[in-house]
Design a protein around this ligand. Structure first.
Ligand SMILES: Nc1ncnc2c1ncn2[C@@H]1O[C@H](COP(=O)(O)OP(=O)(O)OP(=O)(O)O)[C@@H](O)[C@H]1O
Length: 265
């Protein structure tokens, strides 16, 4: 099924298009009519303060959470009306991912590959490549339950990559990951984009987004406050500075914690 939101036949469809997405939890409006278009071949950073609605947005974009309103379209396929086609084209690293952690890292990867109907030989070869690239080869036989937070993040990322999707949607992919592995992940993502893939990632680390992403969206209170190329959004400033300007919050009020000053004891 092709989405009604698809572009004219001549233009390639966006890798991801969000159309007026909305989600409410009780009285709390988590996402408030958010629309976004991510062109194919971009490295797209989604940033926003805590509670801005990033995870809720990405969960709706990936078919993990049903929107109250609006649509998410992956490469021309509506995520909610044609989930099989949309999900075949994306790899997802969700927030706080629950893994089948009684499996070893190697078993979990293999399970994900077979679930994607990949030929056995491809699963074996790609699993070995991914374990080596993410420095998990030495612990491939360890139960995922015994992995550290960073190792869990890396094996979950490997699971998102094994079927060679065209779109990667990654919620905080660098969180808890050591600098060497972080560099390996950056290299994998850059190579993926250079070969025509698209990455959408969320992060709180502005320097990382600035060094990696070519397009950015800033969300606050469930709404889009800025989007465009990195240069358009940072408007001659650093992304960190622009972010603080856009979301309207200054750094914490240290003056408000007099009891924390050792000199006041
Ligand atoms: N399952 C839920 N039930 C109730 N409220 C929720 C639920 N999930 C999210 N929220 C609320 O929706 C808002 C957006 O949350 P969300 O997790 O999407 O933000 P975020 O931008 O990813 O935040 P962070 O950067 O802290 O991870 C928050 O106010 C949060 O408390």
């Amino acid at each position: 099924m092709t989405s009604a939101h698809a572009q004219p036949a001549s233009a390639p469809p966006p890798a991801l298009e969000l159309v007026q997405l909305a989600k409410r939890f009780g009285q709390k409006v988590a996402v408030d009519g958010l629309s976004l278009s991510v062109p194919q071949g971009s490295m797209f950073g989604l940033v926003g303060p805590n509670g801005a609605g990033k995870t809720t947005t990405l969960s709706m974009a990936t078919g993990l959470l049903r929107p109250d309103h609006g649509a998410a379209v992956v490469l021309g396929h509506d995520v909610w009306r044609d989930p099989a086609a949309a999900k075949a084209r994306m790899g997802v690293l969700p927030d706080g991912v629950h893994l089948f952690d009684r499996l070893t890292g190697a078993e979990l990867l293999r399970y994900n590959g077979l679930l994607r109907s990949m030929p056995e030989a491809d699963v074996t070869a790609r699993a070995a490549d991914l374990l080596a690239a993410l420095d998990l080869a030495g612990t491939a036989g360890t139960a995922v339950a015994d992995y550290s937070a960073g190792m869990r993040k890396k094996i979950a990322l490997a699971c998102a990559l094994i079927h060679a999707p065209r779109l990667l949607i990654l919620d905080e992919p660098f969180e808890a990951v050591d600098p060497v592995s972080g560099e390996a992940i950056r290299a994998i993502l850059r190579d993926f984009v250079a070969s025509g893939g698209t990455v959408v990632l969320s992060s709180h680390v502005m320097e990382l987004v600035e060094s990696l992403c070519d397009r950015v969206a800033v969300v606050a209170d469930g709404r889009l406050v800025a989007t465009g190329s990195l240069d358009e959004v940072r408007a001659g400033s650093s992304l960190q500075h622009r972010f603080v300007e856009l979301v309207g919050r200054q750094s914490g009020d240290a003056e408000g914690l007099p009891w924390l000053r050792t000199s006041s004891r």
